[in-house]
Design a protein around this ligand. Structure first.
Ligand code: SF4
Length: 88
């Protein structure tokens, strides 16, 4: 089971997350991202959004096959590289 959260206090509304995973993220009218629906989310797209978030506001948790909780963050996903902006 996937759990995706956005820290709305640090989100700057760049829209990178909605670019990478439009089925999961949307920038709301208040200029801050929201999570739409994660039931059909592609974990690859979600992780691209995590890596591409300039403020590291997205956190993802999933349960592995044995039911253990696994956290994903931009720090872990990006390694030594900086978050990347979407390429057009
Ligand atoms: S990529 Fe990050 S900062 Fe940009 S809208 Fe999404 S959550 Fe907010």
């Amino acid at each position: 089971m996937l759990d995706v959260q956005i820290d709305r206090t640090s989100c700057m509304g760049s829209g990178n997350c909605a670019f990478w995973a439009p089925e999961v993220f949307e920038v709301a009218d208040d200029g801050v991202a929201v999570v739409l629906d994660i039931r059909n989310a592609s974990i690859e797209n979600v992780m691209r959004a995590v890596e591409g978030c300039p403020t590291q506001s997205i956190s993802v948790r999933s349960d592995d096959d044995e039911g253990h909780s696994v956290s994903h963050s931009a720090d872990a996903a990006a390694g030594d590289s900086s978050p990347q902006a979407p390429k057009s």
